[in-house]
Write a protein that binds this ligand. Structure first.
Ligand SMILES: [Zn+2]
Ligand SMILES: [Zn+2]
Ligand SMILES: [Zn+2]
Ligand SMILES: [Zn+2]
Length: 451
């Protein structure tokens, strides 16, 4: 529905050696070319280095000077130079629809930002002095805050929408520190931040009707169903599986607004996110986690409560606290994995099937089973997670498709070929809509499976 090119971007310092500065592909270990003058930016090969030359030529000296600055300050410096040097070119226009958006139109929430982070901004503003070279004029404080505000409010995390592996999916969804420790670069975790003028007009909803897909540097906004125009498209800035209070907190802290989408204004939407099994019929029953009680009878069998049900709620409370404790603990990776698989098994007896903590732990266990090629339990836990993902993210979401691809893989290696094919077919039918058949995720990565 819309494509947008970056107005400015930075690759995180932590990822510069792994991502090509030109095409944003992941550089295979042992390959890649460095820029010989700055020694900082890297490319896949000579080809990418040559294509990047014109753009990098003016940046190179800056890159060298800014190498130890924070990611956001490097982006501020880049944008400031662009505002100085390229005054005529601060608008992006979509040729197909004629829609355009300029730098000046971006929201910066400057006042609220100053209120919330005054000291931090002051310190960052002082950093600019050594960051910019002697010939560049400094922005005044107000302009500086506005640039930072526009970055915070409008920027996108950059990722590569190729080969979404299950461990990277887990990182995107749940930001597991423990998985990041292991296994080096992950295919689809965010590797930088970028500002896209056209795409920055997309508003938020916790039940979005549009998805963002990256193809190289290009950002594409994809929709499943036709709609009136870009003005109606909504993407989600937060993980929609989080409960309403947490989502609202994140949205107001970072973007300074209160969401009034259908999900936020529906008190029932939270119900199944914390739920326990019914002691009679196993249907999920919402738990009030401030008082650890059940408010309503079972929706299926109308069971109210009995000794067995009370025991389930008590075990639910203990397990919830235990999960919280484990994730805060600095333990060795094997121990962490062992604890999670142990808890996942216990939770299976107690939690409702869409309980988000249970789904998160089950997804983690699925992920480590995939990594260790334990295909059968990988299928068991993947199949526990699948219906919940469909419920929370929609049956045609990329997240569901990525899980289906992994289930296909696990089934294939377990010798369950028919099951595997079925999962792959479901994944393909999602990917053909988003990101679409011409995207290399479908035309190259998935095509390999189908040969
Ligand atoms: Zn490249
Ligand atoms: Zn260079
Ligand atoms: Zn909302
Ligand atoms: Zn029941």
């Amino acid at each position: 529905m819309l494509t947008s090119r970056p107005f400015a971007f930075v690759i995180f310092s932590s990822h510069r050696s792994q991502i090509c500065d030109e095409c944003w592909s992941r550089i295979e270990v042992g390959y890649g070319e460095c820029c010989v003058s700055c020694g900082v930016v890297r490319y896949c090969d000579f080809g990418c280095r040559a294509r990047a030359q014109a753009e990098h030529y003016t940046e190179c000296a800056h890159v060298r000077r800014e190498r130890s600055a924070s990611d956001i300050m490097r982006l501020v410096a880049r944008i400031w130079r662009r505002l100085q040097e390229d005054k005529e070119n601060l608008v992006e226009t979509d040729l197909a629809s004629g829609i355009s958006r300029g730098w000046d139109e971006l929201m910066d929430n400057a006042e609220r930002l100053t209120e919330a982070r005054e000291e931090e901004l002051e310190a960052e503003y002082e950093q600019l002095d050594w960051l910019l070279d002697a010939d560049t004029v400094r922005p005044d404080k107000k302009t500086f805050v506005s640039i930072v505000g526009k970055i915070i409010t409008n920027s996108f995390c950059l990722r590569s929408d190729r080969k979404i592996t299950i461990d990277s999916l887990h990182n995107i969804l749940f930001k597991s520190q423990n998985l990041q420790r292991k296994g080096g670069p992950l295919a689809s975790e965010p590797f930088g931040i970028g500002l896209y003028l056209l795409a920055s007009q997309l508003d938020h909803s916790c039940s979005p009707n549009a998805t963002v897909v990256f193809q190289g540097r290009e950002l594409r906004v994809m929709v499943e169903k036709e709609m009136g125009g870009v003005g109606e498209a909504r993407i989600s800035y937060v993980n929609t599986m989080l409960d309403t209070r947490t989502r609202q907190e994140q949205l107001s802290q970072h973007w300074f607004f209160t969401c009034q989408c259908s999900l936020c204004s529906d008190p029932k939407s939270n119900a199944l996110k914390q739920s326990v099994k019914c002691s009679k019929c196993s249907t999920a029953r919402p738990v009030d986690t401030t008082r650890w009680t059940l408010d309503n009878p079972c929706s299926e069998c109308e069971n109210t409560t009995d000794a067995k049900q009370e025991e389930l709620v008590e075990r639910y409370r203990e397990l919830s606290l235990l999960v919280h404790q484990i994730s805060g603990e600095q333990v060795e990776e094997n121990t962490f994995n062992y604890l999670n698989s142990w808890v996942a098994a216990l939770m299976g007896e107690v939690c409702g099937d869409k309980d988000v903590t249970y789904v998160r732990v089950a997804h983690y266990v699925h992920t480590i089973c995939m990594q260790h090629r334990l295909w059968k339990p990988a299928i068991v836990y993947g199949e526990i997670v699948l219906p919940a993902f469909i419920y929370y993210f929609g049956k045609n979401s990329k997240i569901v498709a990525a899980l289906l691809v992994r289930l296909h893989e696990a089934a294939y290696y377990s010798g369950l070929l028919d099951k595997g094919v079925k999962y792959l077919e479901q994944a393909c039918s999602i990917y053909k809509i988003i990101p679409g058949e011409s995207h290399p995720l479908v035309s190259v990565d998935i095509a390999k499976f189908l040969m």
